[in-house]
Design a protein around this ligand. Structure first.
Ligand code: GRF
Length: 194
């Protein structure tokens, strides 16, 4: 069974979606790490009986992931940029969920509410969520899964966030399941789902 680590910074609703799907995942959520002490997701992990830690330093993070024999890392609302060493230690073994349709509204500085505010300001009528492998380019790794949703009727960034989160909670557990079943492969920089 694969050993998963989920990295978070916030309320952890994306983490919860994976926890709720546990029975279908061919792997164990062995560890939750937050870079913020106040992240609500830590309580969700605790409640689910999952080891949870607060780690800010990236060297310490890498050492912990190695000690815990982690095979696969999910960034679920993790608002820090991973360093080169960590990314190189887990090639195509780290996925991130981004709350827009990459390559729109992504890259450095585009995280959390900034994304939905930019979406609202630009007046796009469709947004969505993207799950991709993590490479050294921010939000630039191979795209695994995307789902779009109409936001034409929405007038605030908060409402857009809410609608996009509904999609996130649907696709993230599914992609984790596919990964753990070995159904996601990267060929020439793009992803194929088997
Ligand atoms: C999600 O929108 C995720 O895409 C983004 O941060 C949010 C995390 O929400 N990067 P939560 O902490 O899982 O509730």
């Amino acid at each position: 069974m694969l050993r998963l680590a989920v990295l978070i910074s916030g309320s952890g609703s994306d983490l919860q979606s994976i926890i709720d799907h546990r029975d279908h995942i061919n792997g164990e959520i062995a560890l939750v790490v937050s870079n913020r002490k106040t992240a609500g997701g830590l309580q969700r992990a605790e409640k689910a009986g999952i080891k949870n830690l607060v780690i800010k330093d990236q060297n310490e993070l890498l050492n912990t992931l190695k000690e815990e024999k982690i095979d696969f890392i999910v960034l679920a609302g993790y608002l820090a940029i991973l360093g080169k060493e960590l990314i190189e230690a887990y090639p195509n073994k780290i996925i991130n969920i981004h709350p827009s349709l990459v390559p729109s509204f992504c890259g450095p500085g585009m995280y959390g509410m900034h994304v939905h505010e930019a979406v609202l300001k630009r007046g796009v009528k469709v947004s969505g969520a993207t799950i991709h492998f993590v490479s050294e380019e921010v939000d630039g790794g191979p795209i695994i899964w995307q789902e779009a949703v109409s936001i034409a009727d929405l007038e605030t960034a908060e409402d857009i966030q809410k609608r996009v989160l509904e999609i996130e909670h649907k696709i993230l557990p599914k992609v984790v399941e596919l990964y753990c079943d070995n159904k996601i492969i990267v060929e020439k920089g793009t992803v194929k789902i088997l």
